[in-house]
Design a protein around this ligand. Sequence first.
Ligand code: ADP
Ligand code: MG
Length: 241
Amino acid sequence: MALVEIENITKNYQMGEIQVQALRNITLSIEEAAFVSFVGPSGSGKTTMLNLIGCLDRPTEGKIAVDGKDVSTLDRKQGAIFRGSLLGYIFQAFNLFPVLTAYENVEYPLVMVKNESPARRKKHVLEVLNAVGMINQKDKRPDQLSGGQKQRIAVARALVTRPKLVLADEPTANLDRKTAVNIIRLMREMRDEFNTTFIFSTHDPGVMEEAEVIHTLEDGRLSHSKQRLASVPEGKNDSNI
Ligand code: ADP
Ligand code: MG
């Protein structure tokens, strides 16, 4: 069974008299430990798609199952519990608390979500800070860190609860090209290390090339999906799926 099963989903937004079709009749599945990107121009439906998978919003029609559970019908409270137990998020604007140190920012989800002893909490925080290469910066506050370093901390924060799935909506949009590619590669290394499934969105061609599966959205439709096999030479590894 795939980790995410999306069946015939449609999402409409009502804007006064006008109905916006943000997603139109999309069916796809995402395997466990996959490294997947949704790409497409602004307004194509990427954020809507990630919000539906992350149960921050519900589809107008169709069904979404995450880890075997139908999330298309969860109410707000059920959705919040489900998110806390299974999902991590990385945001475009980093969304770190400015008054907390890097360490405290990473620790925060553990304090909020998991009832762990201080000793275990410390072990988990140091482990993920080490994994993202930020152990030496742990006592700095966000304004003392570069954009790339902030996003490394945000990656650590998303992983500290050991979620099955991390969702990242345009995680590299505030970074220069080189740093952006480094952050995506770091996310892929984290997938290798923790077996976490990563789903991210981007409109940057250099960033999307780092994904193993690329779903292209155009005007709310899934126009194309392709799988890249990491071990095959560049240019020979694209196949329609
Ligand atoms: P992307 O992330 O690819 O830029 P979005 O998913 O944000 O695309 O938006 C897809 C379409 O849905 C756009 O036409 C956008 O204007 C519309 N849309 C998104 N969110 C809302 C909302 N809350 N209310 C009304 N329209 C929305
Ligand atoms: Mg968006």
